[in-house]
Design a protein around this ligand. Structure first.
Ligand code: IPD
Ligand code: CA
Ligand code: CA
Ligand code: CA
Length: 272
């Protein structure tokens, strides 16, 4: 194994260890009374558990990898440029963290939330780890190294027809209003695809496409921490992930369309 591969292998193993520790912390706190704060509106929330999970992850990374940069939701999310930080990504290794993806689900004790950690080298996502501490499912993917759930290889589904497609989407906080774009898009899918779900944790939704449980997922206005990890996992599982124009998705893109690949062009044209 060459030196870079061995180094990145060690990073990946550490990332798995860190998310499991964060998962344990979250599960220890899940039944405590939560202090819930609104950010942009009533669907954009943060709890002290999000913050503590993020502190734990940042602490481990800073200690073990002091030369790597970190971008994380609760530290960097307030910065105007955070959505576009990766237009000109810093060189070297970086960690992109969502300490709880699916905060609303976490607050309501719905078992669909995760810790999402993506690792990039010179701006390109190379590893992803997404861990649901309730179901104890850990998805991991490594550029040219495959995608796994709890160590078992995964791949996207084989649905060939829109009528067989189970899709998911979600609302960005600012689109949580009457006549939102998403509601109109779901309307277009109605009666054509098998069904549409709104599950509420983008990182896990991408992993569900990667493991063939969903056929596709689309979403506008996600942040790098929602996507960085799931992107690698989905690609390594054989899926397609593009922007609305069908070009390979990059972390600064606004619209994300992910699928099993087979139905990708249809989804792009339906969402135009
Ligand atoms: C949210 C989730 C949700 C998506 C929202 C995100 P958060 O992340 O990924 O599925 O629809 O747009 O903001 O705030 O729970 O980390
Ligand atoms: Ca959030
Ligand atoms: Ca998120
Ligand atoms: Ca979050």
């Amino acid at each position: 194994m060459n030196e870079q591969l061995a180094y990145e292998d060690a990073i990946m193993q550490d990332a798995i260890r860190y998310v499991k520790e964060a998962g344990k912390l979250i599960m220890d706190l899940i039944n405590m009374p939560l202090h819930i704060q609104e950010k942009k509106n009533q669907s954009d929330l943060v709890t002290e558990v999000d913050v503590r999970s993020e502190q734990l992850l940042r602490g481990q990374i800073t200690r073990d990898y002091p030369t790597h940069w970190i971008l994380s939701e609760e530290t960097d999310g307030g910065r105007e440029d955070s959505h576009h930080t990766l237009l000109e990504p810093p060189a070297g290794y970086g960690w992109i963290i969502d300490p709880i993806d699916g905060t609303i689900n976490f607050i309501h004790s719905l078992a669909h939330f995760a810790i999402s950690v993506g690792i990039v080298r010179d701006g390109l996502p190379i590893c992803g780890v997404v861990y649901n501490p309730v179901t104890d499912e850990l998805y991991a993917g490594r550029k040219q190294g495959g995608a796994y759930v709890n160590g078992k290889p995964i791949q996207v589904g084989n649905e060939q027809e829109l009528s067989q497609a189970l899709l998911a989407t979600g609302f960005q906080a600012i689109d949580w209003k009457p006549n939102s774009v998403v509601v109109e898009q779901i309307g277009r899918m109605t009666g054509i695809v098998r069904s549409v779900r709104i599950l509420g944790a983008a990182s896990l939704d991408l992993c569900l496409v990667a493991s063939g449980r969903l056929t596709g997922f689309w979403h506008d206005g996600l942040y790098p921490w929602d996507v960085a990890a799931g992107l690698v996992i989905l690609q390594e599982a054989g899926g397609a992930i593009t922007n609305a124009a069908g070009r390979p998705f990059v972390l600064s893109d606004n619209t994300l369309i992910a699928s099993n690949g087979v139905l990708h062009q249809y989804l792009i044209s339906m969402l135009k």
